[in-house]
Design a binder for this molecule. Sequence first.
Ligand SMILES: *Cc1c(COP(=O)(O)O)cnc(C)c1O
Length: 427
Amino acid sequence: MTYQNTLAFAQRLDEQDTLKEFRSKFLVPRHNGREAIYFCGNSLGLQPVSAQNYINQQFAAWENLAIEGFFKGDDPWLGYHKKLTRTLSGILGAKEPEITVMNSLTVNLHLLMVSFYKPTKKRFKILMEGGAFPSDQYAMESQARFHGFDPREAIVEILPREGEYTLRTEDILQKINEHADELALVLFGGINYFTGQFFDIAAITKAAHNAGAYAGFDLAHAAGNVTLQLHDWDVDFATWCSYKYMNSGPGGVSGIFVHEKHLSDEGLHRFAGWWGYRQDKRFLMAPGFQPDAGAAGWQVSTSPIMLLTLHKAALDIFEEAGGLAPLRKKSDLLTGYLEFVINEINASKNDELFKIITPKNKTERGCQLSIVCKQNARETFNYLTDNGVIGDWREPNVIRLSPVPLYNTFKQVFEVGRVLGASVEKN
Ligand SMILES: *Cc1c(COP(=O)(O)O)cnc(C)c1O
């Protein structure tokens, strides 16, 4: 597509947008009496208008059925998690039994490490992307310590080459090979939260397996954003959160993927709880843990029904939109347009004032662009905020902007370009 930096062009793209009606399904925060331009779906997705209704139905079930709500009513709570797995399996590229919803993200990382981090004296290292999200770093450090290893030895981080911001796949694969004999696990983000780089999950998984290690992924920034094929890519395990691109509310319920080939592996440890017990026999309350079939056998506690309900409200919108494929198509255009309007500012000033560090290649990114501001970074960010553009700030000089195909428009992208341009003149 050849873009143009005009309002008329942006409006034309909005008119042609087959997803344009979906915007009205979300509640948008306001700024000075008008709708804010919310480009922060990478941190917290917007509230579906339908969410309150979904929750009110659960209040009614709780009121009218109370304990019987687990077994009676339209959506009995006992198997409620199963109502989410079909849509999720499409979004994650998984078979339905490979998926379940439970807990929150970092908790699930720890639980999955119980199954998939089985270090020995010789094979104990965890390979990660350098500068992973802090929660993942802390989780891995504490896991290494828990097993009696010094995190400084057990955790191997891959950093970008000198002068580069993102990782080259060839360097990741080489690092895996280099440590092949000592690697227990390769644990990577699907998309790096800071740079927006979408990693080659299939290639990383293959290299990990060749090295004799498991491959696991934190898909916080990937789930509901980019096309994933976890089953076909042979990923061992993954987890994600639902509150970023999946719009399921702050602290919303997380999910896990465990590859089919591991589902009946009795050699894998798990930290068990009654909600992971086979559902048909759970209420016999018998001693001796017998896992439920599929990833559901990793569940521990009673499902947080209110959170699952919010997740369902949001996932039903993905269903209505026809799944991820049409969203991806719009997203490529939308993020491409944002890249274009930013580069127009650079071109007009003959200077790379805004350096986009997210890969240019569409297959290596999702919605998000991470922008290094060459000058007056903080002032630029404040100027955006003051003008109703909500992005987010990462020290020391990075602004992350994520136009989301479900609720953002081309006109908004044009507007963000205009505000950024004005901030250059002002700051
Ligand atoms: C958002 C995010 C988290 C947050 O984890 P919670 O347990 O949900 O607080 C963790 N890891 C990554 C990579 C993230 O992007």
